[in-house]
Design a protein. Structure first.
Length: 339
């Protein structure tokens, strides 16, 4: 088995530099790090993770906590995970995806057992019990999302207030005055109180409170069938709706089918705008969906940086990052009928 000295000789650096790269204890330039890692691969050098953890009292492993309830792993979630993992690796950490109970009852085993140095918490609810558990356990953490009052918590999140406002403004500029919003039906589930939905719904109602505007909210069940039922319910509540915002990827196709089944053409009769989704998902539909594209990669990168800065002591600032979605127009939105 190769030694650290052999790696240092091959990379043309000191043994201390190899140690810094292996243990992540000091900053090493990306070029030098790449040279050391190449030497490690060539020599098949393997550091002893357990020994390093015992020596430093750190595992250099961080966990991305994801709720165990329902099928909530979307393309946007995948972007969060992959970008956070890439950033963690760049900074000398390993990131693992760790399913947890929505109530946080199993967090004590994960944290108290010393399995991870810190955690990133996803799918945050307005009053999320997992935040209180992590605070009591005194473990470093960062949120991808916001609770009702996150002023004292580190977080990165989609700016849903700006995203919904921009969505309505875009459609209003096309002449639309009657709007629908389709959200996931989470009532009675462990994910009730899901913060993104509550923020989106509150902003939707506030923005449409002005004269001449009308809004209807519909809650969709699982999958394509949930989307078809939501379309039927939406049209029953407001037969003249001309623009629908949908914030539920797995029901978007069903929503389009439901509108067509009711004799509504997209976008000639009803425009459809997908919220906080991805271009990849949008392009799988007919017509291709106009989309408020979620900043998934940037959120994942910022979340990893925010947590690792805590762990490495490189910043005392409490990160509060809000990133709005960006509009990508496609084939599912058009001027309102008669506009």
């Amino acid at each position: 088995m190769a030694t650290m000295q052999q790696v240092a000789d091959r990379a043309g650096v000191s043994i201390a530099t190899v140690s810094f790269v292996v243990n992540g204890t000091k900053y090493v330039t990306p070029a030098t790090t790449a040279r050391v890692r190449a030497a490690m691969r060539d020599l098949k050098f393997r550091g002893n993770v357990v020994a390093r953890a015992l020596a430093s009292r750190r595992t250099r492993i961080i966990a991305l906590l994801f709720p165990t309830t329902g099928d909530r792993f979307s393309p946007t979630t995948s972007q969060f995970f992959m970008s956070a993992a890439e950033r963690a690796s760049e900074r000398g950490y390993h990131l693992v995806l760790w399913p947890v109970d929505p109530a946080g009852d199993d967090l004590d085993d994960l944290v108290s057992g010393g399995l991870v140095d810190g955690v990133i918490l996803m799918e945050v609810r307005m009053d999320d019990p997992r935040v209180a558990v992590l605070t009591d356990l005194d473990v470093p953490f960062t949120l991808i999302g916001r609770t009702r009052d996150s002023s004292g918590l580190p977080y990165v999140d989609i700016d849903f207030e700006t995203t919904i406002t921009d969505s309505i403004d875009h459609l209003a500029a096309l002449g639309h005055r009657r709007f629908g919003l389709v959200l996931e039906d989470l009532e009675g589930t462990p994910m009730a109180g899901y913060a993104p939905h509550l923020r989106a719904e509150a902003t939707f109602a506030s923005r449409l409170a002005g004269p001449g505007l009308h809004g209807t909210v519909t809650y969709a069940g699982p999958g394509s069938e949930g989307g078809r039922a939501a379309a039927s319910e939406m049209l029953e509540a407001d037969p003249d709706v001309s623009a629908v915002l949908v914030m539920k990827d797995d029901s978007s196709a069903g929503l389009l089918v439901g509108l067509y089944a009711a004799g509504r053409r997209v976008p000639e009769d009803v425009s459809v705008l997908s919220i906080a989704s991805s271009e990849t998902n949008a392009d799988q539909h007919y017509p291709r969906l106009s989309t408020m594209v979620a900043p998934g990669r940037e959120l994942g990168t910022r979340a990893a940086d925010a947590l690792i800065d805590q762990l490495d002591g490189t910043s005392d600032d409490l990160p509060h990052f809000l990133l709005p979605c960006t509009l990508r127009t496609a084939e599912s939105t058009a001027p309102a009928p008669g506009a």
